[in-house]
Design a protein around this ligand. Sequence first.
Ligand code: ATP
Length: 239
Amino acid sequence: EATLDALTVSDLTVRYGAVTALDSVSLRVPRGAVTAVLGANGAGKTTLLRTISALHPPVSGHIRMGEVDLVGASPESMSRRGLSHVPEGRGVIVELTVEENLRLGALGRNTSAAAVGIDRVLTMFPALAERRASTAHTLSGGERQMLVIGRALMATPTILLLDEPSLGLAPRVVAQIFQTLRDSVDADGLTVVLVEQNARSALSIAEHAVVLSLGTVAREGPAADLVGDEELRHAYLGF
Ligand code: ATP
């Protein structure tokens, strides 16, 4: 079954000084599916994504992509390995237009590949197509979130890591963005790791889910099993 996994994390421990953010965490990320990573503030969700992206070194453990261990790889090599990371906070360049922001995601690719990528992203997010020539400072929060996801997709990743894309957005906008992600998984076989506080929405598009609690895995399994577990929902997921 391991070959069906895009990523396999084993015994991963990460510390910030004396603070243990992840304590021997093991989990799988199935290929061509959405994996929701859930848990309260401080559970270690952001740390998990940053460690997968090689932005923070673990104390111990492994992050395997097939036969390759990503631990020790450089953050710069991640895009070449097919990994894109959308951090929390919607860091668009507000002085640039929507199209120019997207082009930044295609640096190092040739012009025709960039053009195909831009068309693809604008088809995925029609709201952005209408704003193609507008500067990003005129965009709503939802449109900025679409733009950072679109920019990450310009690198044609096989694995997309998303940190709290729903934060501060209206439910209708969240539903729209999540549906677009779902479509991309179904149509292109994209693998998505979706870190969310909004457990209910995340689970509604996920096949697989992991609940982190104080740096450890409280539960891992099919998303439907977590939704069906009332005790777990009340204890960890807030719905
Ligand atoms: P949030 O939703 O608030 O981002 P999270 O689940 O993503 O929470 P992390 O941000 O990964 O959790 O934090 C995990 C633990 O590590 C917390 O106890 C946090 O205080 C600590 N931590 C995170 N970053 C640092 C840092 N740069 N220095 C020290 N401690 C940190």
